[in-house]
Design a protein around this ligand. Structure first.
Ligand code: ZN
Length: 134
């Protein structure tokens, strides 16, 4: 059992509309999806660039984890998401390896995924997302 490829990289932004325009220019094509994840108080946009995926995240509420991240660190890379085949088994494996889980039980994330995060204090400051296709 292991993590697979990087599924996407998440970038925290202050103004999704402005960032969508910027990344549309960067990639030469617009986002393929805009989706709200109400449970995390975020609005997301997804871009494809070749085989790679970028997720932009904007807070929809001052208590959103994205609002807190931007307050502390400013805009920028927020998390790296890895694809897994069996998210519950991976969470169990990583917990046994001593990683701190933010979500012990996976939840529904954006873009048809079950997701769970590892706490950055157990991963050298990098927020890691696991995601499994639904
Ligand atoms: Zn993500």
């Amino acid at each position: 059992m292991s993590l697979h490829k990087i599924e996407h990289i998440g970038i925290a932004v202050k103004d999704l509309e402005a960032s969508n325009a910027l990344f549309t220019k960067l990639f030469g094509k617009p986002q393929y999806k805009i989706e709200e994840v109400a449970s995390e108080s975020v609005m997301t946009a997804f871009f494809e660039s070749g085989p790679n995926k970028i997720e932009l995240l904007q807070a929809t509420h001052p208590d959103s984890p994205i609002a807190k991240f931007i307050e502390k660190k400013g805009e920028g890379i927020h998390h790296i998401a890895f694809a897994v085949e069996d998210i519950e088994a991976e969470l169990k494996r990583l917990s046994n390896e001593g990683f701190e889980l933010i979500h012990k039980v996976p939840k529904k994330g954006a873009d048809q995924k079950l997701v769970a995060f590892l706490h950055p204090k157990s991963t050298n400051g990098v927020l890691i997302e696991l995601c499994q296709d639904i």
